[in-house]
Design a protein around this ligand. Structure first.
Ligand SMILES: Cc1ncc(C[n+]2csc(CCOP(=O)(O)OP(=O)(O)O)c2C)c(N)n1
Length: 108
């Protein structure tokens, strides 16, 4: 759970104070000290992840960050800007696009 608890996640989804964002953020705002949550803005997790990755390099930490995004975020300008910053500032970020493989089932 990366520092979080199941109680914190379920509490957040149900809008309870025990939730990770005191029940005020919902599914998009579940955070722990090492998990930077969902994001209400499609694709915004990528520059966020790049920033966290840069901070790790800057501080000389032996840790790494994974930023995941779906196909819906793959044409977002901020995603390409994040790639650009990663190259310009010469650090490595693991930015992964989720594979989407589902087939719609049509009945009739
Ligand atoms: C900048 C922005 N545009 C549109 C939306 C509305 N929106 C919410 S979820 C979503 C689809 C996201 O698809 P994807 O990134 O593939 O993630 P998935 O939901 O499939 O996990 C959209 C367009 C948004 N939240 N932010």
């Amino acid at each position: 759970m990366r520092g979080g608890t199941i109680k914190g996640v379920i509490g957040e989804l149900l809008g309870r104070q025990i939730g990770m964002s005191n029940g005020k953020g919902g599914s998009m705002h579940i955070f722990t000290p090492s998990f930077f949550g969902g994001n209400g803005i499609v694709g915004a997790q990528v520059p966020l992840g790049a920033g966290v990755s840069f901070a790790q390099k800057y501080k000389g930490e032996k840790t790494c960050t994974f930023a995941l995004y779906g196909d819906g975020a793959s044409n977002q300008g901020q995603v390409f800007e994040a790639y650009n910053m990663v190259c310009v500032l010469c650090f490595i970020a693991a930015i992964l696009q989720r594979a989407v493989s589902y087939k719609p089932v049509l009945k009739g």
